[in-house]
Design a protein around this ligand. Structure first.
Ligand SMILES: [Zn+2]
Length: 501
């Protein structure tokens, strides 16, 4: 039975966020335990099920993932990487490993080091120079020379929101199987497309991504093509690799891979002016004005995204700017029900509410991790609820509290969690369906929230995921790049990056 080593590393690292992401933020699963913790809609699940279904022995090593946040602590990253390598060497000693299939994010960054995946792949390749290595990637991957040089083939998610993670894992596994069984020699081509784009402008449920994604799927139907991906990059990391990448993998035909990658690159460049926000989007004051006006229409709840400080895209999640605006607005107090606001990451303030449900207290919260973008709020209010070790759907555990002040039911979190599901509010005793206005630190709404929202407004607010990219101070990003620089000529062929070695 052929033996295939698998591992997963997922993090989207925001270099504008001063938090250093460390062990406490990660969910790490080792060895056989991975089999007992397979999640739905997960690329690692797709990889493992496909390989096992085809009769392979899967050697699980490490699965590590965290909600996007600041760059990762170097020592923690090294421990995870070394543990995968240690397990790989140990497995190789027992019997030869025939291939490696990975589930990587592609925009993970490490303090003191820079890119994570490229160095990891380079080390793996040095130990296993002759066996196939394939990997699935997040659609928001930042492709690098090291990644390109040290992997046989990548395939990225084609859907944003990412509903096709398992399928993408399955796709990476199928490429691995083809390399082992059909003597396929993967040849891959990468073309850089100098565009910085936020996920909120590149949902695959609207144009131009519908057309572009269809082009990928058509491409993959052609004889000899194994995978075609638009890797959209990640705009909140300031580094020289930041951009969109087109990545095509073929069976042994480098010319075909290059030709198709260049064609797909020209296609996305031609549509660059068509990327736009899919939800109604306004600057923060206007967003609030429109929401208050819309309350009168009675189609409730109205959701507002505090998009500049979105923890699920890597922001610190403790920016108080938009919250201050809401708390100081007289219209907030005039609503029938408090505005529910999810939330502020503040372990100290959260813990100060423990055991004090029903009490009125003075609390200072926010702007502790990122003191530059905003300043803390001090307010008197009532602790309405406290949950210890809250967790749902594989999220890391976090104490949560609900603090009511100035017409707002504010969620405070002990951990850097995403405000992705209405159940978080429900568990704290708030049914969002009964509220007029619900605010979440999100970009576009998650599917779960969108089922509740009668109207969704995205507020352009300040924070580490500021959607107004032109206002960010990039120092490393290679120029010229769209939309930071004015019109410039682009030739896809000149941006084809050849693989070394
Ligand atoms: Zn993504």
């Amino acid at each position: 039975m052929k033996r295939i080593l698998v591992a997963a590393m997922h993090h989207e690292s925001n270099s504008f966020n001063p938090i250093i992401t460390s062990e406490k933020d990660f969910k790490v699963i080792y060895g056989e335990d991975i089999f007992n913790n397979l999640r739905d809609n997960d690329s690692l699940t797709g990889i493992i099920k496909t390989l096992q279904g085809a009769g392979y022995e899967v050697i699980p090593t490490v699965s590590a993932r965290a909600v996007p946040n600041g760059e990762i602590d170097y020592d923690f990253y090294s421990r995870i990487k070394d543990e995968i390598i240690r397990r790989a060497r140990a497995a190789q000693k027992e019997a030869p490993i025939d291939a490696i299939t990975l589930s990587l994010h592609g925009s993970m960054r490490v303090k003191k080091q820079g890119e994570a995946e490229g160095y990891f792949l380079e080390e793996l390749r040095a130990i296993f120079p002759d066996i196939p290595i394939f990997s699935s990637l997040d659609m928001h991957t930042t492709m690098t020379t090291r990644m390109h040089n040290n992997c046989d083939g990548f395939v990225g998610y084609k859907c944003a929101p990412h509903t096709d993670c398992s399928e993408t894992g399955e796709h990476a596994a199928r490429m691995t199987i083809a390399a082992l069984e059909q003597k396929v020699t993967a040849k891959s081509a990468w073309v850089r497309v100098p565009i910085l784009i936020a996920g909120e402008q590149s949902s695959t449920t609207v144009e131009p991504m519908i057309e572009l994604t269809n082009a990928l799927r058509e491409c993959e139907k052609r004889e000899g093509i194994l995978a075609a991906s638009y890797l959209m990059g990640y705009p909140w990391a300031d580094n020289e690799d930041s951009s969109i990448a087109v990545y095509v993998v073929t069976d042994g035909d480098l010319e075909l891979a290059e030709r198709e990658a260049v064609r797909l690159a020209e296609l996305i460049w031609a549509r660059k002016d068509d990327f736009c926000f899919q939800t109604e989007t306004y600057h923060q004051q206007e967003a609030l004005d429109i929401a208050f006006d819309a309350v009168k229409d009675g189609k409730l709840p109205i959701y507002i995204s505090d998009s500049g400080d979105n923890p699920t895209a890597g922001a610190a999640s403790d920016c108080t700017d938009f919250l201050k605006l809401i708390m100081s607005d007289q219209r907030t107090d005039m609503l029938k029900e408090p505005i529910v606001y999810g939330g502020i990451y503040d372990p100290t303030a959260t813990k100060q509410c423990e055991g004090r449900v029903g009490e009125e207290i003075s609390l200072t919260f926010g702007a502790k991790f990122d003191p530059v973008t905003s300043s803390p709020i001090t307010a008197v209010g009532t602790v309405k609820a406290y949950i210890k070790d809250w967790s749902r759907g594989g999220m890391i555990k976090s104490d949560l509290t609900l603090f009511n002040s100035c017409g707002v039911d504010l969620v405070l979190a002990e951990a850097h969690v995403g405000y992705t599901i209405p159940e978080m509010f429900i568990d704290l005793g708030v049914n969002p369906e009964d509220r007029e206005i619900v605010v979440c630190k999100l970009g576009y709404l998650t599917h779960q929230h969108s089922l509740v929202a009668k109207r969704s407004i995205m507020a352009l607010t300040r924070g580490n995921t500021n959607e107004d990219l032109k206002t960010l101070e990039y120092k490393q990003v290679r120029r010229p790049i769209f939309p930071l620089d004015g019109d410039f000529r682009y030739n896809a062929l000149d941006n084809l990056v050849k693989k070394e070695g």
